[in-house]
Design a protein around this ligand. Structure first.
Ligand SMILES: *Cc1c(COP(=O)(O)O)cnc(C)c1O
Length: 393
């Protein structure tokens, strides 16, 4: 009996955790992404033998260079660690004394310049490497070229340019202009493109535009191991990233990736560039259509398809809005009803605006129907939860 329950319920239920339907896209908080068999098989095989980690890093870096078109690449423990190492590399280069000195940056170029409109919680990664952060621009209003130009001086280590969905006020200078201004002053540009896949073309786009280092997450749409990411870019700066990272004893030593993760990320990258991306989008469209059609007759709710997402990624979503007063339901009440039912359902809060978004990219087959059914019962006043599961049944 208990064996049956375990095999039906799985490893998380065995630990007393509930199933979660993730309609948010890839979030670390919700487990990142699910690794396909190609990735888990590669990791399983990697776990069976010892290997030289520097040599493995080198080979993985070549694969990253191949798929991104950049000069070189380096596997990191997530894009966040990539930001730390990219920052460190721009401060130290390959100078061993400087690498030894971090996070003390006295006497080094130690300032990261970032648009105020790009500042976000990952700014802490720059400071973790020892850098100071200097913001430019009027934030939500706008940014003028002279503001960036005048911020770049002899202490500037790099400009960080963030491309992210959660930055809804697009008041930063366009990337080509930032690259032109920075290049004129000999300052490298780091692009945080952690979540900018799909489209697959973005793997090459920022390097082709001339970014010196580009940081991606391995545990989002790439579906590599959750604690991976990578940096691609200029060979000298990538070498400096590696010197600052594990197995070397720089500031990145506690951010190591194991042989299994390195191999898993390589497998995920090779798979990703071969995927039928049109077919993936078509399957997302089907799920979105099912939610939109399934909820179309609920009078209190407006539901439609939105496309593309905030940064132009080819991801369709179902967009839900309603008048909180006349529906008698606040956004928080709907989120709570979704999250407190069984299974837990997590959807995306619209970054600008009052609505909710259903992101199909992280849905498993059939989950869109469960979401539509739950929303239908919430909006028809029948409460959020299905019948609770009897313990032991
Ligand atoms: C997800 C994300 C990160 C962090 O990526 P990890 O791989 O989880 O470390 C950094 N920057 C942006 C813009 C992101 O969306």
């Amino acid at each position: 009996m208990s064996r049956k329950v375990l095999s039906e319920m799985g490893i998380y239920q065995e630990l007393g955790l509930q199933d979660v339907i993730v309609a948010t896209g890839n979030f670390t908080e919700l487990g990142g992404s699910l690794m396909p068999a190609e990735v888990t098989e590669a990791m399983r095989e990697a776990a069976r033998s010892f290997v030289s980690i520097p040599a493995l890093h080198e080979r993985a870096g070549q694969v990253i260079a191949d798929v991104t078109g950049a000069e070189a690449g380096y596997v990191t423990s997530g894009a966040a660690a990539g930001l730390v190492l990219a920052t460190a590399a721009c401060m130290t280069g390959s100078n061993p004394a400087a690498i030894h000195k971090l996070p003390d940056t006295d006497g080094l170029k130690n300032t990261i310049v970032i648009h105020k409109a790009h500042s976000n919680h990952y700014n802490r990664m720059f400071r973790l490497a020892g850098a100071k952060v200097k913001e430019v621009g009027y934030g939500a209003h706008r940014t003028l070229p002279w503001q960036l130009e005048s911020a770049l001086d002899e202490r500037t280590a790099a400009v960080v340019y963030v491309v992210a969905q959660f930055l809804v006020t697009q008041t930063a200078l366009p990337l080509p202009e930032v690259l032109r201004i920075a290049r004129a002053k000999g300052v490298p540009v780091i692009v945080d493109a952690a979540n900018e896949l799909p489209p697959v073309e973005n793997l090459r786009k920022f390097s082709e535009m001339g970014a010196d280092l580009v940081v991606f997450s391995g545990g989002k749409d790439l579906q590599g191991p959750q604690p991976t990411g990578f940096i691609c870019g200029r060979a000298d700066l990538i070498a400096a990233c590696a010197l600052n990272g594990a197995p070397n004893h720089g500031i990145g030593r506690p951010m190591k990736v194991g042989k299994e993760e390195i191999v898993g990320l390589v497998a995920a990258l090779k798979r990703y560039v071969r995927l039928d991306h049109q077919a993936r989008i078509a399957s997302w469209e089907q799920k979105v259509a099912l939610v939109v059609d399934g909820l179309a007759d609920i009078e209190r709710l407006q539901v439609s398809r939105v496309f593309p997402d905030y940064t132009g990624r080819p991801v369709p979503r179902a967009w839900l809005t309603w008048d909180e007063g006349s529906a008698g339901l606040s956004k928080q009440e709907v989120l709570d009803a979704l999250a407190n039912g069984s299974p837990i359902i997590r959807v995306l809060e619209e970054y600008a605006g009052k609505g909710l978004l259903i992101d199909p990219t992280t849905l498993l087959a059939g989950q869109e129907g469960i979401i539509a059914e739950r929303l239908r019962s919430i909006f028809s006043g029948r409460g959020g939860a299905r019948q609770p599961v009897e313990p032991g049944e």
